[in-house]
Write a protein that binds this ligand. Sequence first.
Ligand SMILES: N[C@@H](CCC(=O)N[C@@H](CS)C(=O)NCC(=O)O)C(=O)O
Length: 136
Amino acid sequence: MKLTLYYAPITCSLVPLVTLHESGADFDVKPISLKNKQQHDAEYLRINPKGKVPALVVDGEVLTDGKEWTFDHWTAVDAYLFWVWRRFGVFKLKIPPFPSYADHGERMMERDSVKRALAFEREVQAQAEKAAQRIR
Ligand SMILES: N[C@@H](CCC(=O)N[C@@H](CS)C(=O)NCC(=O)O)C(=O)O
């Protein structure tokens, strides 16, 4: 089975990226830079005419909505919770006073899948920054 995930940093596409790492599947990731408006490129619109991430291509078939992911119950929900928790930090919002939610976020940060996804996110952001500097 060939899996290709179209992913953009900071977005909800972190959810399938973590989930794919958790599943242990072999997959490719194609970075899409929202900053550089790559989601509107003709090449990407052929994959996802909505111009949104994520898109997961499974043996040529494109899945574009969270409800269609086929993995087990736990991982996607945990990854979603983590993504929401992380945005409080990324956008410097007031963190809700739910200690167990914060604990969950800290535990997720320790997971190998999350570490790999976030390291990849940093790489993609650095590449997009370099590309943006070349355009300026
Ligand atoms: N679950 C929906 C929503 C996806 C969505 O809203 N993605 C955002 C990132 S979290 C996006 O691609 N935004 C870029 C844009 O709207 O130009 C889907 O899969 O189609």
